[in-house]
Design a protein around this ligand. Structure first.
Ligand SMILES: [Cu+2]
Length: 197
């Protein structure tokens, strides 16, 4: 990965936020300031969250999801917090293919969609604790400027398996980690490379 110095410095900033969030995440959270969310009426809807496990010997995983802003106002995904690893940072893929740290967050236009997917961006989780195996779930808290925190459950999908069958949503405030070991259809696909995209 190529990161300009400024981006690396910004990454440190995001890291600090993540560490603070770790402590906070240990405290049971309410509905995130947007009380009574349901999938149909929530202002911010997060779907299709999944995580590609680290490629040994790295301990870096990438999380992907889709955020839909159903409101008339723009919002900003400011940071992501997870207890699955030591740090979590928002990365976007630049037009030239390089990766940049979204230090000030990623904007989502009114009635717009933010898609973090291979080729567009991801949440990079470094220092993964333990082992992520297929079908496991990982809880993440997405911090939005206006909508506040939203809990998302992401399913671990090994390389070579399609994430489509493993999608999960994140607008409910319940963060049940009961994993439904869906068996996504194996695709005759991509060799895992050391890098993620
Ligand atoms: Cu990255």
């Amino acid at each position: 990965m190529r990161l300009p110095f400024a981006a690396v410095a910004a990454g440190v900033f995001v890291t600090v936020l993540g560490a603070a969030g770790l402590v906070r995440a240990a405290v049971p959270q309410g509905a995130g300031g947007s009380g009574g969310l349901t999938t149909d009426t929530a202002p911010i809807v997060v779907t299709g969250a999944y995580i590609r496990p680290p490629v040994p010997p790295t301990k870096t995983a990438a999380a992907y999801f889709v955020v839909r802003n159903t409101t008339n106002e723009p919002d900003v995904l400011q940071s992501v917090i997870t207890g699955a690893g030591s740090t979590a940072a928002l990365h976007t893929i630049q037009p030239d293919g390089s990766m940049a740290v979204a230090a000030t967050g990623v904007p989502i236009p009114a009635h717009g969609t933010l898609r973090l997917s291979p080729g567009t961006g991801h949440v990079m989780i470094e220092g993964i604790y333990g082992k992520l195996t297929g079908g496991q779930t990982v809880n993440m808290t997405l911090q939005f400027r206006d909508a506040g925190p939203i809990e998302v459950t992401a399913t671990v999908v090994p390389f070579g398996q399609s994430p489509t069958a493993a999608s999960s949503s994140g607008t409910s405030s319940s963060s049940t980690s009961s994993s439904t070991p869906a068996t996504p259809p194996a695709t005759p696909s991509s060799t895992p490379s050391g890098a993620h995209s």
